[in-house]
Write a protein that binds this ligand. Structure first.
Ligand code: HMG
Ligand code: MG
Length: 296
C-alpha cells in the first residue's frame, strides 16, 4: 500500500495563534497523545522571538518534558542562528526554516526582505546540517498573500529552489491564508516537481475558504506524498490576518484511508486527541470527521 507522511503542525502552527495561553503540560499531553495515535512527525514548537510569538516561548520546556517517543520526529521552527542555538541546546534533531514567496509577508512575519531571509537562512542551514540535523524549508503565501494579493508562481519557484539548494530535504508549500483552489494547487505542485522532484514537495493548506481537502486531493493525484495538517483544525498565523486553522488532521486521515493510502495513524485515537485539546481550548473540534466520530 502506498504511504503518505502526515506532518502534524497543530502543536506549533495551531497553538501559536491561540489568544489564551495553553500550558506547557497541555502541550506535552497533546504531543504525547498524537504520538500514541501513530503520528510520526510532529512539529513541536518554535524557537522564535518570544516578543513576536509569546505562545511558543516554552518550546524548550515542552521538549524537555516529553517522555521518550521512539520513532517520532519532532521538528521545530527556527528563524535565525539564535533560534538554532536554543534548539540545539534543547536537543532538537530537525528544524524548519521559513521563508515566503511574498515580499510583504516576509517583512510582516520575520521583519526582513526575502533576500535578507535567504541570506540569514544560509548559515543557519549550514550549521544545522554540519551538526547532523535535518532541515525542512517552508515557503509561505504560495497561492496568495494577505498584503500583496496575487503571488507569481515564479517567485514561489525561486524561493523554493533557494531553500532546496541550501540543503533543505523538503520544501513545504504554504497556502497561508487558504485562498488557493484545486486547479491552482495542482499547477503549482506540477511546476515545483519539475524543478525539485516530487519527493521534495510537501503541501501545507490552511482551510480558510474550505478548499483544503480539494487542494490536497489534487496534489495527491499529482504524486505529492507529504501533507501538513493540524489536529482538530487548530491554527492560523499571527502575521496573516484572517488565516484560519490548518486543514484538520482527522479529515486528511479519513480522506487518505478512503483512497487506500496508509499513514500509520489510528483515526479513533487521533479524534480523541482532537477532542481533548479542543476541550482545553473550550471549543468543539473544527474537524468535521472529529465531530462525526464524537456523535457516533
Ligand atoms: P527582529 O525584531 O527583527 O530581530 O525579529 P532582532 O534580531 O532585532 O531581535 C529582536 C529581539 O528578539 C532581541 O531581543 C533578540 O534577542 C530576540 P531584545 O534584545 O529586544 O531583548 N530574538 C530571539 N529570541 C529568541 N529566539 C530567537 C530570537 N531571535 C531574536 N530565535 C525575528 C526577527 C525573525 C526574530 C522575529 O521576526 C520572529 O521571531 N518572527 C517569528 C514569526 C513567527 O514565528 N511566525 C509564525 C511562524 S511562520 C507561519 O506560521 C507560516 C507557516 O505555518 C507556513 C504557512 O502557513 O505559510 C510556517
Ligand atoms: Mg501555516
Amino acid at each position: 500500500m502506498s504511504t503518505v507522511t502526515i506532518v502534524e503542525v497543530g502543536p506549533r502552527d495551531g497553538l501559536q495563534n491561540e489568544a489564551s495561553p495553553v500550558s506547557t503540560a497541555d502541550k506535552i499531553a497533546l504531543i504525547t497523545g498524537l504520538a500514541g495515535a501513530g503520528v510520526s512527525v510532529i512539529e513541536a514548537g518554535s524557537f522564535v522571538s518570544p516578543k513576536w510569538v509569546p505562545q511558543m516561548a516554552d518550546s524548550a520546556a515542552v521538549l524537555a518534558g516529553l517522555p521518550p517517543l521512539p520513532g517520532v520526529r519532532l521538528p521545530v521552527l527556527v528563524p535565525n542562528l539564535k533560534g538554532l542555538e536554543a534548539a540545539q541546546a534543547a536537543g532538537v534533531s530537525e528544524i524548519a526554516i521559513f521563508g515566503a514567496a511574498s515580499e510583504a509577508f516576509s517583512q510582516r512575519n520575520i521583519n526582513c526582505s526575502i533576500e535578507e531571509s535567504l541570506a540569514r537562512f544560509r548559515p543557519v542551514t549550514e550549521a544545522a546540517l554540519a551538526a547532523g540535523m535535518r532541515v525542512r524549508g517552508y515557503v509561505s503565501c504560495v497561492l496568495g498573500c494577505p498584503y500583496q494579493g496575487a503571488v507569481p508562481v515564479a517567485d514561489v519557484v525561486r524561493v523554493s529552489e533557494a531553500l532546496a539548494a541550501m540543503g533543505c530535504y523538503e520544501v513545504s508549500l504554504g497556502d497561508t491564508i487558504g485562498v488557493g483552489t484545486a486547479g491552482a494547487a495542482r499547477a503549482l505542485v506540477k511546476t515545483l516537481a519539475a524543478s525539485l522532484g516530487m519527493g521534495r514537495v510537501a503541501v501545507h493548506f490552511h482551510d480558510t475558504y474550505g478548499q483544503a481537502l480539494a487542494n490536497i486531493l489534487a496534489c495527491l493525484e499529482e504524486g505529492v506524498r507529504t501533507v501538513d495538517s493540524s489536529i482538530a483544525g487548530l491554527g492560523g498565523c499571527p502575521y496573516a490576518k484572517g488565516a484560519s486553522g490548518n486543514v484538520a488532521t482527522e479529515d486528511v486521515v479519513y480522506l487518505l484511508n478512503g483512497l487506500g493510502l496508509s499513514t500509520g495513524i489510528d483515526l479513533d485515537r487521533l479524534a480523541s486527541v482532537g477532542r481533548q485539546i479542543s476541550g482545553v481550548l473550550g471549543r468543539a473540534p473544527a474537524s468535521k470527521v472529529g465531530q462525526a466520530l464524537a456523535a457516533k
